[in-house]
Design a protein around this ligand. Structure first.
Ligand code: BGC
Length: 892
C-alpha cells in the first residue's frame, strides 16, 4: 500500500452500501456492493484506482481492519472487496483515490450493521393471542399486545431488537416507543417473504429489570385488503409477533430475550384498527406503564405460540415508511356543534395528530376526503374505505394520532370537538406518511402551471409509495398494480431513490408470477373480485413490468444486480406472451386492459378505450422483447440476446402487417396507436415514420391540444412527437388547459395527479365513475419527458455514466432546468432564453461525461465540472466556457 498523500486527488463523498441509508441496521447483504461520489476534482481527474478500508467492529476488541486496492474507474455498486460479513457485524468503510504512488485523503466513514442472516440466528418464536375467528358479519377484531420483562446486566454495551409480525407491530421498551418506522414490517408477499426490522435500543435498556411490549394490529396480514368487498385473513387469521432482543455485554457475549410461551397477551386502548377503516381508540383504557417493569399483567393471558418458517424472513432493501412532513391546515371552517372542516392545502397520505385538553369521555371523530362538494367532505370515491378515526379522550391534556392506519386526503372533518374550545392550526396537524425515499430529482420552469403539474407528480409519488408502489392511497384498493409503476418507473427513478423499495417489490413480483410466466395485475397478488385464480392470460402494459421496471431501474441507476435477479422473471414473461400470441405473433383473443382509462372510455368501463387492445398488447410484446434482448446482452446471455432480438424483429413486422396499410399509414388512427408505433420503433420505414409523426401532430391539433390517451399512450405521446420533430405539438398538449389535459387538472386546483383525466368534471362535480381517485401517479409519467426534453437531462448510459443534456425549448417557456442526484453525484441543467440567445448551464459530476446537444447544433462531449453555453439563436453559433476545476459539491 502506498501512503504518500497527494493534494490533487479528490475526496470521496457519500460512500454507500447497496441502496441503504447511512447507519442502516439489520442489513441482509453479507457482501454489500459499494458506491462513492467524488468531491471537487481537477478537470483532468479520472479515477484509476481506489483504496477501500473496511473496519469490522469486534465487540470488546479492536476493529478488524483490511485495506483493498481496486483498480479501474468503477465507482457505482462495486463488488464487496473484503470477506463476507456475518450476522450482527457492524462495518465502516472509507475510500480514497489512488494515482500511481500517490493517495488522496480518506473519505469519512460510512456505516451499516448486519441483521440476522441465518435461520439459526433466530431463537424467538411467533407468539400472539389465541386466534379469534373472523365473524360472519366481518366486524373488526380487537388488536392485542404482548409483553415480557427481563433483567439486564450492568455492562450491556449494545442492545438490538429484531422483530417482525403477522400484521403490524410497534415495540416499546420501558414505556418508550422504539424507532420512527411506521407500518412495520410493511407489505410483502408474506407466504414467501416476511421482512424483519432492527433497532438500536442500547440507550433504552437499563441495568436490572426492564419491560418490553409490542402493539399488534391486523395490517395487510389479516385486515381488510382489496376491492369488491376485499379479503380478510388474506394470509392467516393470527396476530403474531416475533421478537428477539439481543444484549451484548462488555466481554462480547450476547444474552437474548426472545418471544416464547412465557410472554403474556392482553388488549390495550385500541378497540379496532384497519388500514381502510381507520382506528378506534379509547384512551381511558390506556395505562402508559404497561410496557414498564413491575406492571401487573395478572389479568393478561398466556400467549399461543406458532411455528416459524425462518426461510421466509428477509431483511429490508429500502427505507421504511416514516412521517416525512407535518402539514398544518391552511383553512379551518367551523361548522357548528363541535364540527370543523380542515383544508391541509395538499392531497397526501398520512394521518392526523390532535392536541387538546378535554374532559374524560369526550369522543372525537375524524373523517378524511380528497375533495369537498358544497363545503362538505365528499367520500364516495373512497368506496368501502371508512377512513374514520375515533378517539375517546382520557381527560386532561393529550396528544394523539392513530398507530396503524393511513388515509389519503386533503380535507378532514373533526367532530365532537369540545364546544368551548377553539380549533387552531396547531391543534390538528397532518403527519405525511410514506416510504422515506431520498429525493433525487427536481424540475423548474418559467411556467408556474408546469411547475405545479410537476409538484403534483411528486406528491402523487409520495402518497402512493407506501412500502410498495401502490395505485392510490385513499379507497379500498391501494394495491401494487403492476401497470401503474411500469409506466411510472422512469419518473419515479428520477425523482427518488426508489431502487431499494422497487427491488423488494420486484422480488415479490417474481415469486407471485405463475409457473407459466404470467404476472399478476397487482403484487403482492391476492385472490380478489373476479380474480379468484391468478389470470393465465398475460395482460400487456401491466405484466410488462417484469421486463421494463428492472430495465428502467438499471438505465437510471446502473444496477445490474436487479437485472440479474429479475432475469428469469422477465424472460418467463416474454416467453409466456409469445406462447399465448397467435401463430402470427399477434396478441389477441386474450383479456387486456389496453389503453386503460383513455378519456373516451365510458366512466363505468375504463378498458373500453379507443385504441385496439390487441394493438397495444402487440406493440408492448415487440418492445419488451427488444428490451429483454438488451438486458440479456448486458448480462452476457448471448443466445438469449440473439433470440429475443430476432423475436422483437418478427413481432415488429407482424405489427406492421396487421396495423399499417400498404403505405405504412396506421389503420388505427389514434394518439396512442401513433405514440406506441413511434416510441417502440415499429414503423417499417423512415418514410412511414415521418408520415406517422405528422399525422400524430395533426391529431393533436384537431383535438385542439386535448389529450386522448390512457395508461399506455400517455407516457409516450410527448416523446413520440419529439422523436418525429413535432415538438410544438408536444408543447401544445403539455400546455393545454382544456379538458382533458394535464394542465386542466392543475387549473381545476389539483394538488396531485388524478386517476382519470376528468376525475373532477368541468362543472366542479366529481366524475360518477366507480374509480375516481385524485391521487394516482400513472398519468404523471409525462414528468419524465419534462426532465429529459423540456429541461433536457437524461441518462445516455446506464446510471448516468454518460449524461445527455438535450433541452428542446418551446411552448413559450423562457427557462427550465432540472437537477438529479445521479449515482455519481449531482447533475444539473438550466437554460434561459434571453436577448435572442439560448444560455445553458450544466453541471457534470466527476466520473461521468456528458453529451450536450442543443437545437440546431452538432452535439459535443464535455467532462466533469460546470459548463456554460451561449447559443445565438439568430446566428446559430455556440460559445462554450467553463469545465475546469469544479466538482459536484459546487453543483447545488
Ligand atoms: C387501479 C389501477 C389499475 C387498474 C387496472 C384500478 O382499479 O386503481 O390503477 O392499474 O385498476 O385494472
Amino acid at each position: 500500500m502506498t501512503t504518500e498523500p497527494a493534494g490533487h486527488l479528490p475526496i470521496a463523498e457519500k460512500v454507500t452500501f447497496e441502496h441503504h441509508e447511512h447507519g442502516r441496521l439489520g442489513v441482509g447483504e453479507p457482501r454489500p456492493r459499494l458506491s462513492w461520489r467524488w468531491g471537487s476534482a481537477p478537470a483532468d481527474f479520472v479515477q484509476d484506482a481506489v483504496d477501500v478500508r473496511v473496519a469490522v467492529e469486534v465487540p470488546g476488541g479492536p476493529d478488524e481492519v483490511s485495506e483493498h486496492r481496486l483498480d479501474g474507474s468503477d465507482q457505482v455498486l462495486v463488488p464487496w472487496p473484503a470477506r463476507a460479513l456475518l450476522s450482527r457485524e457492524r462495518v465502516r468503510v472509507q475510500v480514497r483515490a489512488v494515482d500511481g504512488d500517490a493517495v488522496g485523503p480518506w473519505s469519512g466513514a460510512a456505516m451499516i450493521e448486519l441483521g440476522l442472516l441465518e435461520p439459526s440466528d433466530w431463537s424467538a418464536v411467533f407468539i400472539g393471542p389465541v386466534d379469534e375467528p373472523h365473524s360472519e358479519a366481518g366486524e373488526l377484531r380487537r388488536p392485542f399486545r404482548v409483553r415480557t420483562e427481563f433483567t439486564a446486566a450492568d455492562d450491556v454495551v449494545r442492545a438490538r431488537v429484531h422483530f417482525t409480525a403477522h400484521g403490524l407491530a410497534q415495540v416499546e421498551i420501558n414505556g418508550d416507543r422504539i424507532g420512527d418506522e411506521e407500518l412495520t414490517p410493511g407489505w410483502t408477499s408474506y407466504q414467501h417473504r416476511l421482512r424483519t426490522a432492527t433497532f438500536d435500543v442500547t440507550d433504552r435498556v437499563q441495568p436490572g429489570r426492564n419491560a418490553l411490549g409490542v402493539w399488534l394490529a391486523d395490517g395487510w396480514w389479516r385486515g381488510l385488503v382489496g376491492f369488491d368487498g376485499g379479503l380478510v385473513d388474506a394470509y392467516g387469521p393470527d396476530q403474531s409477533a416475533l421478537v428477539q432482543l439481543e444484549l451484548t455485554r462488555a466481554d462480547g457475549s450476547i444474552e437474548t430475550v426472545a418471544s416464547d410461551d412465557s410472554w403474556t397477551a392482553g388488549t390495550g386502548p385500541i378497540l379496532t384498527t384497519g388500514l381502510y377503516e381507520g382506528e378506534h381508540v379509547d384512551l381511558r383504557l390506556h395505562d402508559p406503564a404497561w410496557s414498564s417493569s413491575g406492571w401487573d399483567d395478572a389479568h393478561w393471558s398466556p400467549v399461543a405460540t406458532r411455528p416459524l418458517d425462518t426461510r421466509v424472513l428477509v431483511t429490508p432493501t429500502g427505507p421504511p415508511v416514516r412521517v416525512t412532513e407535518v402539514l398544518s391546515p391552511v383553512s379551518i371552517d367551523q361548522k357548528g356543534g363541535g364540527r370543523w372542516v380542515l383544508d391541509f392545502g395538499q392531497n397526501h397520505s398520512g394521518r392526523l395528530r390532535l392536541r387538546l385538553d378535554a374532559p374524560a369521555g369526550t369522543e372525537i371523530v375524524l373523517r378524511h376526503a380528497e375533495v369537498l362538494q358544497d363545503g362538505e367532505l365528499y367520500t364516495r370515491p373512497l368506496r368501502g374505505a371508512a377512513a374514520t378515526d375515533v378517539v375517546v379522550l382520557p381527560g386532561g391534556p393529550v396528544e394523539w394520532e392513530p398507530r396503524f392506519t393511513i388515509h389519503g386526503y386533503r380535507y378532514a372533518e373533526v367532530s365532537g370537538w369540545p364546544a368551548d374550545l377553539d380549533l387552531g392550526p396547531d391543534d390538528v396537524v397532518s403527519h405525511v406518511l410514506h416510504t422515506d425515499l431520498e429525493r433525487a430529482g427536481w424540475f423548474r420552469s418559467s411556467d408556474a402551471r408546469v411547475e405545479r403539474l410537476h409538484e403534483n407528480v411528486v406528491w402523487s409519488a409520495r402518497s402512493n409509495f407506501v412500502d410498495l408502489p401502490m395505485d392510490c392511497p385513499q379507497r379500498d384498493e391501494r394495491l401494487g398494480w403492476t401497470g401503474d409503476i411500469q409506466v411510472f418507473t422512469p419518473t419515479a427513478a428520477f425523482l427518488f431513490g426508489v431502487n431499494g423499495m422497487l427491488s423488494s417489490w420486484l422480488q415479490d413480483l417474481a415469486v407471485d408470477q405463475t409457473d407459466r410466466g404470467t404476472v399478476p395485475f397487482y403484487v403482492p397478488y391476492l385472490p380478489l373480485g373476479s380474480w379468484k385464480e391468478q389470470p393465465v392470460d398475460p395482460v400487456a402494459v401491466w405484466g410488462d413490468a417484469a421486463v421494463l421496471t428492472p430495465d428502467g431501474l438499471h438505465q437510471r441507476t446502473g444496477d445490474e444486480g436487479v437485472l440479474r435477479r429479475q432475469y428469469a422473471s422477465a424472460r418467463a414473461w416474454v416467453l409466456q406472451v409469445q406462447d399465448r400470441a397467435t401463430p402470427g405473433l399477434i396478441c389477441e383473443g386474450t383479456h387486456q386492459l389496453g389503453d386503460w382509462l383513455d378519456p373516451a372510455a365510458p366512466p363505468e368501463d375504463p378498458a373500453q378505450a379507443t385504441t385496439d387492445p390487441a394493438l397495444v398488447a402487440t406493440a408492448y410484446f415487440a418492445h419488451s422483447s427488444r428490451r429483454l434482448a438488451a438486458v440479456a446482452d448486458t448480462l452476457g446471455e448471448t443466445d438469449d440476446a440473439a433470440y429475443f432480438a430476432d423475436l422483437a424483429d418478427r413481432v415488429s413486422e407482424a405489427f406492421a402487417r396487421r396495423w399499417l396499410d400498404a403505405d405504412g399509414v396506421p389503420l388505427d388512427d389514434t394518439q396512442t396507436a401513433h405514440a406506441l408505433t413511434t416510441v417502440f420503433d415499429l414503423w417499417p420505414s423512415s418514410d412511414a415514420e415521418r408520415r406517422g409523426g405528422a399525422r400524430l401532430a395533426a391529431l393533436v391539433r384537431e383535438a385542439e391540444g386535448r389529450i386522448a390517451t390512457g395508461f399506455a399512450g400517455t407516457p409516450l405521446i410527448c416523446d413520440a412527437l419529439t422523436l418525429s420533430g413535432e415538438i410544438d405539438a408536444a408543447y401544445e398538449l403539455l400546455l393545454s388547459e382544456q379538458c382533458p389535459s394535464w394542465l386542466y387538472t392543475v387549473a381545476m386546483g389539483g394538488t396531485t395527479t388524478w386517476e382519470r383525466w376528468d376525475s373532477m368534471l368541468p362543472d366542479g362535480t366529481v366524475n360518477p365513475g366507480d374509480m375516481t381517485s385524485f391521487n394516482h401517479y400513472a398519468l404523471g409519467a409525462v414528468a419524465d419527458w419534462l426532465h429529459r426534453v423540456v429541461a433536457g437531462l437524461a441518462p445516455a448510459a446506464p446510471g448516468y455514466r454518460v449524461i445527455r443534456f438535450a433541452p428542446r425549448p418551446g411552448g413559450g417557456l423562457t427557462s427550465a432546468g432540472a437537477t438529479h442526484e445521479t449515482p455519481y453525484g449531482t447533475a444539473s441543467i438550466d437554460w434561459v432564453l434571453l436577448d435572442g440567445e439560448l444560455r445553458v448551464d450544466v453541471v457534470v459530476p466527476v466520473g461521468t461525461t456528458a453529451e450536450v446537444d442543443l437545437p440546431g447544433r452538432p452535439a459535443e462531449t464535455v467532462g466533469h465540472g460546470r459548463h456554460h453555453f451561449t447559443h445565438d439563436l439568430g446566428r446559430r453559433e455556440l460559445v462554450q466556457t467553463g469545465g475546469t476545476t469544479t466538482g459536484q459539491e459546487d453543483a447545488s
